[in-house]
Design a protein around this ligand. Structure first.
Ligand SMILES: [Fe+2]
Length: 385
């Protein structure tokens, strides 16, 4: 038995972010509260969409979302949205803006005490209408029932509830065309991690649909990540990355991610390293740790040729699995991403604290194919240091 939830409506294609204003207004109503970040408003990326929306609705823009968004930002957005008499919320941006938009729509509709929201299926609802438009290809947040917020003490807390799946997601590859190469690389690796961890998750809800989506995602992401990073204007590669990250999002929304994410969160929370880069740093070492488990090894070997289609698959399962992990490690280097914690000015002594923090991510650790203790997490951080 399994459940499978996803965003009920998607629009995909070049120019769709500004050609879909009628659909957006139909869903969100007259008072549209737009949640985004300053970088995007300064780039003017939002303008064509807003111009069209303003013809037939009132628009208020909240652009104070930071990366790894805080509870403070969430509450500030909520207060402003309430004051505006918001009828619907539009999240426009990377994972951070979409995560804030999800919870603002939920708080507006339900008025639930925020402290009772954290965790799985604790949201009571209802929410006000919600539309999400991603501008990076990575988080897949537009199709996941998850929102991650950073608390005052830097701990990350998540809300997981199908109530925060949006009414509509609009995926416009043209919005991603000017993304800097380092962001394209790290968010792209994040999407690959979603697919790999969804496929190998030991969560009881892991299911054939998520597995199928993971494979398709890895084909698209694996074949296009280098082109998207080094030839940013290649619209085919950008389309594949956006499509791949959405498919991976659908996969892990129903077969949740595991230890790569659990170990990535303390790096982001304590040292302000982006979510994608945090994931790419620990990915090879966590897979190495997991591959001791027979089932994990088999799964990694199975996935390997979908990511690297030139991989020699005449070898033994063990060889292919090892090669897969080596190639992933190399991929980060080829994409010019930092691959050691020391290169990011993270002190060696922080490995212990990060291991303690990682153990708090129990909702993720329970999905990992191999049981991971604090000492294992410590050894993984040390290896990456
Ligand atoms: Fe992620």
């Amino acid at each position: 038995m399994f459940n499978f939830y996803s965003t009920s409506e998607l629009i995909f294609g070049n120019g769709t972010s500004h050609n879909s204003s009628n659909q957006i207004i139909d869903i969100l109503g007259k008072n549209l509260f737009v949640i985004t970040d300053k970088g995007l408003t300064e780039l003017g990326l939002l303008e064509p969409t807003i111009k069209k929306l303003k013809i037939n609705s009132n628009v208020k823009i909240f652009n104070d979302v930071e990366s790894d968004p805080s509870k403070k930002t969430l509450l500030k957005a909520f207060e402003e949205a309430k004051e505006f008499k918001t009828t619907g919320v539009l999240g426009f941006g990377g994972g951070s803006s979409m995560d804030i938009a999800k919870l603002v729509s939920l708080l507006l509709g339900s008025n639930q005490n925020i402290e009772t929201l954290w965790g799985v299926n604790n949201a009571k609802g209802p929410r006000v209408p919600l539309v999400l438009i991603p501008t990076t290809a990575g988080t897949g947040s537009e199709v996941t029932p998850i929102s991650i917020i950073t608390m005052d003490d830097k701990e990350k807390k998540g809300v997981s509830s199908k109530l925060i799946l949006p009414d509509l997601a609009i995926l416009d590859p043209l919005l991603t065309i000017n993304l800097p190469s380092n962001i394209t690389a790290s968010t792209g690796i994040d999407a690959m991690v979603h697919a790999i961890e969804a496929y190998t998750s030991i969560n009881p809800n892991n299911n054939p649909i998520s597995k199928m989506l993971s494979i398709e995602a890895l084909k698209l992401l694996g074949s296009s990540i280098k082109t998207a990073v080094f030839e940013g204007h290649n619209i085919n590669a950008r389309s594949n990355m956006l499509l791949g990250s959405m498919l991976a999002g659908k996969a892990f929304a129903n077969s949740p991610v595991a230890a790569v994410h659990a170990l990535a969160y303390p790096i982001g929370g304590l040292f302000k390293i982006s979510h994608g880069l945090s994931n790419s740093l620990v990915l090879p070492s966590v897979l190495k740790f997991n591959s001791i488990n027979e089932e994990a090894k088999k799964n990694y070997a199975y996935l390997a040729p979908y990511v690297f289609n030139d991989l020699d698959n005449s070898k033994s399962e063990k060889d292919i699995c090892n090669k897969f992990i080596d190639r992933l490690e190399n991929l980060s280097k080829e994409l010019k991403l930092p691959y050691r914690l020391r290169d990011l000015e993270i002190p060696e002594r922080a490995c212990q604290l990060m291991a303690v923090e990682a153990m708090k991510q129990t909702r993720l650790l329970i999905n990992n194919p191999r049981k991971i203790e604090e000492s294992d997490a410590f050894n993984i951080y040390k290896a990456v240091w």
